[in-house]
Design a protein around this ligand. Structure first.
Ligand code: SAH
Length: 340
């Protein structure tokens, strides 16, 4: 059965065919409010509700784990999807509003050496509706309204390009959650052709690129994707993205002890980023049990940040939220699977 929540409003109009025009909008509004069954769509005729239930799959994930940080109120959900697979969503509370970090795939095919999400490989891609569900049901369950979305959970969004673009259209729609593109960030390990394709759409979202190293030797060791699209090619795509969209690129940089945290590496990074409006986010590496890589010490992180800032590159050290609840991606899903 096809998932009804994947449909845009105009597709839904077509799908409802003989129904009066206002029906599609009614159904769409219910769907984007996060109902769990067609039964709940109380202003629709009973016969229509029954027909829809026979024809369409209405996805509604079940929270199988919910962990709340005592330190900062971050909430992490493990959702079970209709086929039994699980994904994680994290709700973070910032001064500027609530941000939800969503997964785009079950597992991940990219193989980054420091990441827990990729250990079992890719299981499947999420549909647009399932990504929307992560936002809807996190809002409903937590009672908190969400103003920002980051596609930084499990999976590689640009490996699931079509569904991610459709999700953006749905979550941005006026009749739906109406979340503005400027309130959405998409993080990628660097799939160059898709970055270029995204640039063509000229969406005003923030592109976050997981760089983690400025040289091919180091980057290829920790991120296999670099063997296919090396640093210079990736940065050329970022320049083109900036030219097309006018949006400053955000670079993620996980600080790994004795791997990418020396002053020489900072200087090489500066050289590579020259002329590209960028913001660098330093993230102290989160420990992943299965990986020998360790986080840099605080002094190395601050020294690195200082070098970038002195050269005029905006650079922040990301606050670690939810460190008491396995909030770094992929860890909760792995623990749950291993325990079963
Ligand atoms: N696949 C996308 C988005 C998901 S990962 C991407 O690669 O960008 C979200 C961010 O977390 C990425 O920057 C990723 O490199 C980073 N990350 C993964 N594991 C990490 C860890 N153990 N410590 C710190 N950052 C990590």
């Amino acid at each position: 059965m096809n998932e009804i929540k994947n449909l845009t409003l105009s597709e839904l109009k077509t799908a409802l065919g003989d129904q009066p025009a206002f029906r599609a909008k009614q159904v769409y509004t219910w769907l984007h409010r996060g109902v769990r069954s067609f039964e709940e769509m109380t202003d629709l005729p009973k016969a229509l509700r029954e027909r829809l239930a026979e024809q369409w799959l209405l996805t509604a994930p079940v929270p199988v784990r919910r962990q709340e940080s005592r330190l900062d109120g971050t909430v992490k959900y493990l959702w079970q999807l209709h086929d039994g697979n699980c994904v994680e969503t994290v709700l973070m509370k910032y001064h500027h509003g609530n941000t939800v970090c969503i997964s785009s795939e079950v597992g991940c095919p990219m193989g980054c050496a420091f990441c827990a999400s990729t250990i079992g490989g890719l299981v499947r891609k999420l549909s647009a509706g399932e990504m929307l569900d992560e936002v809807l049901f996190t809002e409903l369950d937590s009672g908190q309204s969400v103003s920002n979305i980051v596609l930084m959970g499990i999976g590689e969004p640009l490996d699931n390009f079509d569904n991610v673009c459709r999700f953006l259209e749905l979550v941005n729609s006026e009749e739906g959650m109406n979340i503005g593109m400027r309130h959405i960030s998409l993080s990628t390990c660097g799939i160059v052709p898709r970055i270029l394709e995204l640039a063509e759409s000229r969406l005003q979202l923030t592109l976050s690129v997981s760089l983690h190293a400025p040289d091919d030797e180091t980057r290829s060791k920790i991120m296999p994707v670099n063997r296919r699209w090396p640093v210079e090619e990736l940065l050329a795509a970022c320049r083109s993205y900036y030219e097309k969209t006018g949006r400053r690129i955000s670079f993620e940089y996980a600080m790994i002890r004795d791997v990418n945290d020396s002053p020489e590496t900072a200087r090489l990074l500066l050289k590579r980023l020259k002329g590209l409006p960028a913001h660098v986010n330093l993230i102290p590496l989160n420990n992943v049990e299965e990986s020998p890589l360790k986080p840099s010490d605080r002094a190395a992180v601050l020294r690195f940040q200082k070098l970038l800032e002195e050269a005029g590159v905006a650079c922040t050290v990301r606050r670690t939220l939810g460190s008491d609840i396995d909030a770094s991606c992929g860890q909760l899903r792995r623990k749950y699977r291993n325990a079963q």
